[in-house]
Design a protein around this ligand. Sequence first.
Ligand SMILES: NC(=O)c1ccc[n+]([C@@H]2O[C@H](COP(=O)([O-])OP(=O)(O)OC[C@H]3O[C@@H](n4cnc5c(N)ncnc54)[C@H](OP(=O)(O)O)[C@@H]3O)[C@@H](O)[C@H]2O)c1
Length: 282
Amino acid sequence: MSNSATPLSAAALPALAFIGGGNMASAILGGLIQQGLPPALIEVVEPFEEARARLAQEFGVTAQPAASQALARCALVVWAVKPQTFAEAAAPVRALAGQSLHLSVAAGIPSESIARWLGTEAVVRAMPNTPALVGKGMTGLFARNQVDAAGRALVEQVLAPTGHLLWVDQEAALDAVTAMSGSGPAYVFYFIEAMTEAGIEMGLPPTQAHQLAVRTFTGASALAEAASEPPSVLRARVTSKGGTTYAAISSLEAADVKAQFKSAIRAAEQRARELAVEFGKA
Ligand SMILES: NC(=O)c1ccc[n+]([C@@H]2O[C@H](COP(=O)([O-])OP(=O)(O)OC[C@H]3O[C@@H](n4cnc5c(N)ncnc54)[C@H](OP(=O)(O)O)[C@@H]3O)[C@@H](O)[C@H]2O)c1
């Protein structure tokens, strides 16, 4: 199921906690506050003093350096720490938020490990991506069996300001989500870089080359999303035999770029599987 950001009645939201107050936490809580969630309903645990000061200044949220009893009032705990620090951060929270639903955005950590570290089956795992920082994210979600419809709805409400959401039925599918949308912005940036460099090599000023490259990606993506035809048809439509696009696509095909790109995505999927084993051990 895919759904775009639904208008949020922030007033209807219960108290929320964020463990880790970095980029991802800021993207989520910033979006919620913008939509009217009172900062007083948000608890943040963030050991880094500078990050706490930034949260206070940017969002009016008071963050604590360590987990405290205040977490017990939170219906949802969002885990936005680096995968390497998850197990360590989980230990002091285990006794405080046993009744809460837990939503992890940490890359790679299997929900089974999270359930074990926190002593609860109420766990949803999310794989967001960096466009969430500008409200244009694509997040894959997986819920453990014990999470009910109300729990899923709460997660959807909380993540709605970050962009689009997609539930998967099998946790293994999150490895494919990681390889596609999770790591995907880097692939797009890579192509934007190449296109910009080509523009500069053809004599365009760098700012113009950058603009042409970025806006081509934004425009083509918007068209692909709006069109009823698949991308292959949209591509064929602008590729007349003997023309300029034809010359470019023929050159890509001769270099087997599609196969190379597909194998790059499979390499990311493989790495996601390995990281799950590595990070989930503790
Ligand atoms: N950014 C993305 O677009 C993106 C996309 C997909 C998935 N993710 C995942 O989301 C997670 C968070 O990423 P991020 O970019 O938000 O990272 P980040 O900006 O580094 O934020 C992580 C925060 O957690 C804090 N922290 C560390 N140990 C802690 C503890 N024991 N208790 C509480 N807080 C602790 C860190 O503080 P210190 O600085 O003091 O260590 C840091 O402020 C990662 O697992 C990442 O893989 C991120």
